[in-house]
Design a protein around this ligand. Structure first.
Ligand SMILES: [Zn+2]
Length: 90
């Protein structure tokens, strides 16, 4: 599987480190809603289809990326710098 790093170009998966699910939203740090914190810390969806994930190009430029991957076919639909993706969504 190849991930196309926006800085380095297409690279083998072995150069990347999975950083986690990019679809989760962290509760307000001041929140005492234990159910929301429990869900954030322990519950992991297992979607079939497109999934937003954080990856780091740890064996290359060390950039953090937002990757959209199809969990059924493992096709990489897109990869962009995580910071730029976050700026677009606010
Ligand atoms: Zn890179």
């Amino acid at each position: 599987m190849l991930i196309s790093c926006p800085h380095c170009g297409p690279r083998d998966l072995a150069e990347f480190t999975y950083q986690g699910d990019a679809a989760r939203t962290r509760p307000d740090p001041a929140s005492t809603d234990t159910a929301a914190w429990h869900a954030y810390v322990y519950e992991r969806p297992n979607p079939a289809g497109l999934h937003r994930e954080y990856w780091q190009h740890s064996g290359g430029c060390r950039s953090h990326l937002l990757v959209v991957r199809d969990t059924v076919s493992h096709e990489i639909v897109s990869a962009e710098f995580a910071r730029k993706a976050r700026e677009k969504t606010g």
